[in-house]
Ligand binder design. Structure first.
Ligand SMILES: Cc1cc2nc3c(=O)[nH]c(=O)nc-3n(C[C@H](O)[C@H](O)[C@H](O)COP(=O)(O)OP(=O)(O)OC[C@H]3O[C@@H](n4cnc5c(N)ncnc54)[C@H](O)[C@@H]3O)c2cc1C
Length: 418
């Protein structure tokens, strides 16, 4: 074998699984179609990623979290969900709770850069860049990929982390459910006159959904979700027009607003692979589950999946099992499916429910927000989903969590480079 594991894609998920396995003796080849200079120093791409408590813990274990300056990882202390023009909101905050933040925001390019810096310190991880994977071959004896430069690379296991439109997932014949929302997400950072008070807003204004993610006290990450047909208008208007349009849509809540970065557009397509593994092949990150961003779970699920897979591979190494053994990969698949399926389908239903303009849906939304606010167990479930402090219990209210914690396996010790 040329290496033990081939990871296809050095995005956040590929780098995370590589870092999770960095302190094993496994020789890992990370294949990335972008140039090395781009992954060493990725450019701002408009995405500010809301991270759950579990993700923060994993990034701390990776040695990545402490690389961020405090200003690069602002906290979300409160979150409010509004429906249409109604001032009534479903709100979550950190009062009366043991946690000091609902979550933290870190820019996607900062995550990528610091993960790369950390992973590149390990001698057993090799980056092969500027090439893509042309074909994948797996059988009982081993796996191999042919690269666009003609090289063939052999390994015991291939990990696909090559985005929600994963070519390698297709090459091995894994089907995926895809949901094209027909909508686009426009993201940018904006400065504003009034402070955001560390509060995230999600305003479902029928046709357009507006989200505000609080960065520094007078700057926020703004996410506008609109029908795909509005993309040209939203990307084409001048910075000043875009800013004054948003100021008006926010009813001047933030005072004068202005763009502090470019705008970036992301078409919204949700993807859930029907299975996550086949012989000597396994999907992680968006290649396994590509989420609609409204519930901010995409990378969080990518990280928790990488943690589950790494735990299974480590236990395989300890017991002398082949790391490409399908039984081992299936254990990851079962656990990650259990975590992701309800969130994926639940998120898609939320999107449908909150973008339905018909009168009955508007009335139902009002009722749903009130119910969620007034019935503590419902609110607690949503809140756990937002903050997700463990791989096993994120969706469950405390009473079930306590029961589950009784069988928790010991926490993984922090890893360090060889
Ligand atoms: C607007 C927006 C907001 C978001 N907000 C949040 C949030 O708040 N919280 C959250 O958790 N998530 C969020 N996400 C989701 C998050 O950005 C993704 O889940 C995450 O980036 C997926 O990482 P990945 O590594 O799986 O895929 P990608 O980031 O797509 O990376 C894939 C990598 O593989 C490489 N590649 C592709 N094909 C090949 C090939 N054939 N050969 C070699 N290399 C290849 C690509 O060049 C790329 O580097 C958001 C997404 C969007 C669009």
């Amino acid at each position: 074998m040329d290496c033990d594991i081939i990871v296809v894609g050095a995005g956040p998920a590929g780098l995370s699984i590589a870092r999770s396995l960095a302190d094993t003796r496994l020789h890992i080849a990370l294949i990335e179609k972008q140039a090395l200079t781009t992954i060493e120093n990725p450019e701002f791409d408009g995405r500010d990623i809301a991270l759950t408590h579990l993700s923060v813990r994993l990034l701390k274990e990776f040695g990545v979290w402490d690389r961020f300056e405090e200003s690069q990882r602002p906290a979300i202390r409160e979150a409010k969900v509004l429906n249409g023009d109604s001032p009534y909101c479903l709100d979550f905050d950190v009062r009366d709770d043991s946690i000091d933040a609902l979550g933290y925001l870190v820019s996607n390019h900062d995550i990528r850069r610091e993960l790369y810096t950390e992973v590149s310190r390990f001698g057993n991880i090799e980056f092969i860049t500027d090439v893509s994977v042309d074909s994948v071959n797996t059988n009982a004896g081993g796996a191999s990929v042919t690269l666009s430069d003609g090289q063939t690379l052999k390994s015991r296991l291939i990990i696909a982390a090559d985005s929600r439109f994963s070519d390698t997932r297709r090459m091995v014949g894994i089907q995926a459910e895809m949901f094209d929302f027909g909508r686009v997400c426009i993201v940018a950072r904006m400065k504003h006159e009034r402070p955001h008070n560390e509060t995230a807003f999600e305003c479902f204004h029928y046709q357009r959904t507006l989200a505000v993610l609080p960065l520094s006290s007078h700057e926020s990450s703004i996410v506008v979700t609109a029908p795909m047909s509005d993309r040209g208008e939203l990307m084409g208007m001048s910075d000043e027009m875009f800013a004054s349009d948003l100021q008006r849509r926010f009813e001047n809540r933030y005072g004068e607003m202005s763009l502090s970065t470019d705008r970036f557009a992301y078409p919204l397509v949700g993807v859930h692979a029907r299975k996550f593994c086949t012989e000597r092949f396994v999907c992680v990150g968006d290649s396994a589950v590509g989420m609609h961003p409204v519930t901010a779970h995409g990378y969080n699920l990518g990280l928790s999946g990488a943690d589950i897979l790494a735990t299974e591979l480590r236990s395989g190494i300890r017991s002398g099992t082949d790391i490409g053994d399908i039984r081992l990969l299936k254990r990851y698949e079962r656990k990650h499916m259990r975590n992701t399926r309800p969130i994926f389908h639940g998120t898609n239903e939320i999107v449908k429910f909150f973008t339905d303009d018909r009168l009955p849906a508007r009335i139902a939304r009002k009722a749903a927000l009130r119910l969620a606010n007034r019935i503590p167990p419902i609110k607690q479930v949503i809140r756990n989903k937002l903050t997700m402090s463990s791989n096993r219990s994120g969706l469950l209210p405390p009473i079930f969590r306590r029961a589950l914690h009784a069988d928790r396996s010991p926490a993984k010790p922090p890893t360090s480079p060889k």
